[in-house]
Write a protein that binds this ligand. Structure first.
Ligand code: COA
Length: 262
């Protein structure tokens, strides 16, 4: 199954992989090793059909993820900075956005810089009412480098994205909800339960259709492909899956579908 490692706790229950980023003394900031471990856990989980969704959260009550590990990149050169960003995009942020199973961010506190970028790469965000989120990189003399300049504008619109990035301001969970950055806000105690309410719905649906839906929604945000054409192609392909046969048979026979993800 998916293994726990130094900075990542992994637990599978009821077909849901819960990954807890576990560096609470550094507010779960993302150092290189954490990025590697997170990538490995997600890669491993892709092979397990019984895992239908993933929840990512942070250890402790204070932070989801307080950004990239600032101490680690303090002396980086231009080339190392570029590499840091490129590796992060490839191993985590694009990887999660294009993941075959829905990924939910359970934002349990500060989600700053790379932390908010991680939450934004996830498909759904649930925040606890103490969450504070923002992209403070310009305070450090850099810009968001894990997709934040692109995904924030997609979620909250260009005007709010400009404001959040150039002022480096944090916003609270209620504002995040109102701006479309959070799907739901709960108490910290209820945070994981709210995520499980969502994953329970996901788990009973067709994994092949969900995988395809993720691909097609993302296609609309990729300037190199036509989202509508991708939808037509993928809609057609769905008719060739066992899940489709099962879903339609179950409906006609008035029973619950038993999807195998094939
Ligand atoms: N990278 C590395 N270490 C970090 C970190 C980060 N992004 N964010 C927090 N930490 C570390 C602190 O250095 C501190 O470590 P120490 O105890 O060894 O000194 C520890 O986590 C606790 O953080 P601290 O700053 O003492 O907590 P706080 O409650 O006073 O402030 C924050 C909380 C989130 C406001 C503050 O930690 C912060 O601004 N972090 C950086 C956020 C950021 O700029 N992220 C974008 C990075 S590109």
């Amino acid at each position: 199954m998916v293994a726990t490692s130094e900075y990542i706790l992994c637990e599978v229950s009821n077909g849901v992989l819960v990954i807890t980023i576990n560096r609470p003394d550094k507010l779960n900031s993302l150092n290189k090793q954490t990025i590697e471990e997170l990538h490995e856990a997600l890669r491993e989980a892709e092979h397990h059909n019984e895992i239908r969704a993933v929840i990512i959260t942070g250890a402790g009550q204070k932070a989801f993820v307080a950004g990239a590990d600032i101490a680690e990149f303090a002396d980086y050169s231009i080339e190392q900075g570029k590499q840091l960003s490129a590796t992060g995009h490839f191993k985590i942020f694009n990887f999660i956005e294009n993941y075959s199973k829905p990924v939910i961010a359970a934002v349990n506190g500060f989600a700053l810089g790379g932390g908010l970028e991680l939450a934004m790469a996830c498909h759904i965000r649930v925040m606890s009412d103490n969450a504070k989120v923002g992209l403070p990189e310009v305070s450090l003399g850099v810009i968001p480098g894990y997709g934040g300049t692109q995904r924030l504008a997609q979620l909250v619109g260009k005007g709010k994205a400009f404001e959040m990035i150039v002022t480096a301001d944090m916003i609270n969970a209620q504002d995040a909800l109102q701006w479309g950055l959070a799907n739901y806000v709960t108490t910290q105690v209820e945070l994981l339960n709210k995520c499980f309410d969502i994953t329970n719905k996901i788990s009973s649906k067709s994994p092949t259709a969900i995988k395809t839906a993720i691909k097609v929604i993302n296609a609309g945000y990729n300037s190199k492909v036509n989202g509508f054409e991708t939808e037509i192609e993928e809609f057609g392909k769905a008719f060739g899956t066992k899940d489709f046969k099962e879903g339609v048979s179950a409906f006609l026979e008035k029973r619950n579908a038993d999807f195998k993800g094939e």
